[in-house]
Design a protein around this ligand. Sequence first.
Ligand SMILES: [Zn+2]
Length: 253
Amino acid sequence: MISETVILTGMILIASPMKEYDKRVEILTRERGRISVFAQGARKPNSTLSACTIPFTFGEFQVYEGRNSYTLKSGVISNYFGNLADDYDGLCYASYFTDVVRYHSRENVEADNEIILLYITFRALQAKKVKNKLIRRIFEMRLLTIQGEGIELFECLRCKNKDAYDVYFKEGGLICADCIAKDKNLHDANHISLSGDARYALQYILASSPQKLYSFNVSDSVMGEIDGFMKKYLARYMPHHFKTVEFLEDERG
Ligand SMILES: [Zn+2]
């Protein structure tokens, strides 16, 4: 079988050393999802593959497609977020975001939305205008929505009343006070009551365009509510424990 060359757009998620001079990288690609690629000689200092096989590098990757594996031929870098290497906290968040996306991606499942989300999230980490802990919650919420685990935060799931502030995670969103009063089975369910400000911030995260997603901050009290909301949301829809979460500044305490 003759191997074919294809150009894939994406981002290096992780890189690991192989043999004396080689690397194995995982690339999240728009076209083919998360693929594993062999980069021969990439650890030699003068290799043309050394710069484009560093984690968090975005670009176009030309690969040979073999029967069972991909081999990197060349890469054109569009952004590499190199300054995150000097920002310990930023690096911890970037590693966590990468870890979460790895867990939720696989080969041959297109990952266009995930790549856009990672790109704008890394841009936000780099810009430092939004607090890291808020960037984290925005990223988690948007990723869950991309994964089809979105939650209804605009109106009551049952009667469409917009005056609803209680989120029932098992039901998948808001239920208003009238509907809660009618359903005795709801009373012990895992839920959270939101303030108007917290609900508005969460609605913005759900509905914003990618360009405007990381353009706001919140007060400490709203941040506390968003944290409480996300803990319950993740417990139900993303229960996996990520080792990288332990290094985040808001988890170190
Ligand atoms: Zn209702």
